[in-house]
Design a protein around this ligand. Structure first.
Ligand code: LLP
Length: 437
């Protein structure tokens, strides 16, 4: 579900008319619904209730402190991939014993930072990393900074096709992630070489925006068999981490509810005898946010119609980078599609347009050949849906465009949780030494 609905011809975020938010913070802007984050989190929590599990929300999907704080209140743990994300979780008072740290390129500084913080475990991607963690944990132990060995989950690459975009496929053997099962087996047997590390789990994240359950069945089937074989050899594997990846609907509402994923994953977790760790990002945050953008100009050229808006690829890069589809509808609309609670009014008039940003690149678009109600013009505001995941977090300052504000709605109130960056702030860290001139 999401909490962005039309009432009396205008869009509401929960109980707040979105127009009111536009009046307050302007455009472009991101708007989040607190209730939607919690709803999606709870759906996963309930779906996996039959097995011991820990939901580590994937911070990379939307790392806004207010989002993290709300999920923390609900009991979520966190999946972080950088020292910066770890600081975010510390800042909102997250429980370090519910934090996993993933990523192929963790630096020495990040490893030490996380060990000092006392996180639950690292997801380890290679032998080289394992050796490095052992060395750093050994040093910190000798210095009296930590007492226990570093806990790790070994990331395996099960060589399964998750049937998603190539850029977000991670579990095929040609991808840079994890180690193959044979190598993983050798690493486990030789784990004694690393006295400052305890292998506590197996991790397998195969990709993102996965809308079928079969790839999970296939991948975790292999992983559970692997765990069972190594259990017998008395390797104490406690955690099975299935990563993230649960897909959401962007266009066609084909995505599965959490219960469908659970149907295939839960029995496998039971067979493994492990505690399940999940790292959902998009499923929790994707449909919890929209981006608002205003039409600056309408332009007709060579038989094409362009709506030129005030948000560009630097604000929401997914359409440009992945060819991703995001639903887009005006804030004020009489004729809405069935997906947005309307069903087009009798004889409703639509027209096709490209919705493009102000940036000097042809790749700067939010949508191509998109049908929108006729009559939209300068000053009208559009809502870009499903922008709560990999939206603001992937924004940049290209063209010296300041970061957008983030607003969170709760009930009939909205809160600016991250104000718009000013150009002065954007330029703050730069200087021109006289010596260069
Ligand atoms: N765990 C690991 C190890 C990951 O690499 C990821 C995502 C997640 C969890 C969370 O995946 P999710 O549940 O959100 O699918 N920027 C791309 C998505 C990149 C995903 C990267 N890894 C996009 O906009 O579609």
């Amino acid at each position: 579900m999401d909490s962005f609905r039309y009432k009396d011809g205008t869009l509401y975020a929960e109980g707040v008319p979105v127009r009111k938010i536009v009046e307050d913070v302007g455009t472009p802007a991101y708007v989040y619904s607190r209730e939607t984050f919690l709803d999606h989190y709870t759906k996963i929590d309930k779906a996996f209730a039959e097995v011991p599990h820990l939901i580590c929300y994937s911070v990379k999907a939307n790392s806004c402190l207010a989002v993290l704080a709300v999920l923390n209140e609900a009991g979520a743990g966190f999946d972080v991939v950088s020292g910066g994300e770890l600081v975010r979780v510390q800042k909102i008072g997250g429980d370090m014993k519910q934090v996993v740290f993933a990523g192929v390129g963790k630096t020495d500084e990040e490893l030490a930072q996380a060990l000092r913080a006392g996180i639950l475990m690292f997801n380890v991607e290679s032998e080289a990393e394992l050796e490095n963690i052992d060395r750093i944990a050994g040093q910190l132990k000798a210095d009296g900074e930590i007492r226990e060995p570093a806990r790790v989950a070994l990331r395996v690459n099960p060589d399964v096709d998750p049937k998603t975009h190539a850029y977000i496929t991670t579990g095929k053997k040609e991808n840079k992630f994890g180690v193959d099962l044979e190598r993983a087996s050798r690493i486990l047997q030789e784990a004694g070489r690393f006295p400052n590390v305890r292998v506590a789990g197996i991790h397998a994240h195969i990709g993102s925006q996965i809308t079928e359950v079969k790839p999970y069945q296939e991948s975790l089937g292999k992983v559970v068999k692997f765990i069972q074989e190594h259990r017998r050899k008395e390797v104490p594997i406690q955690y099975l981490n299935s990563g993230g990846g649960f897909g959401i609907w962007y266009q066609d509402r084909k995505a599965q509810p959490a219960s469908k994923y659970a149907e295939v994953i839960v029995p496998l977790v039971k067979d493994s005898g492990c505690t399940l760790v999940l790292e959902p990002g998009r499923f929790i945050s994707g449909n919890s946010g929209i981006m608002l953008t205003k039409i600056v100009y309408v332009k007709e050229s060579a038989g094409k119609r362009f709506l030129i808006v005030d948000a560009g690829m630097n604000d929401l890069v997914r359409p440009s980078l992945y060819g991703a589809f995001h639903e887009i509808w005006p804030l004020d609309a009489e004729a809405l599609p069935p997906t947005r609670g309307g069903g087009p009014a009798e004889g409703a008039a639509y027209t096709q347009s490209d919705i493009v940003g102000p940036i000097c690149e042809s790749g700067d678009f939010l949508a191509k050949d998109r049908a929108l109600p006729k009559g939209l013009g300068r000053g009208d505001v559009l809502a870009v849906y499903s922008a709560g995941a990999y939206g603001y977090v992937m924004a940049g300052n290209y063209n010296t465009r300041p970061f957008l504000p983030e607003v969170m709605v709760r009930g009939d109130k909205h809160y600016v949780v991250n104000r718009r960056q000013t150009v002065e702030e954007l330029l703050e860290r730069e200087k021109v030494p006289q010596e260069l001139l």
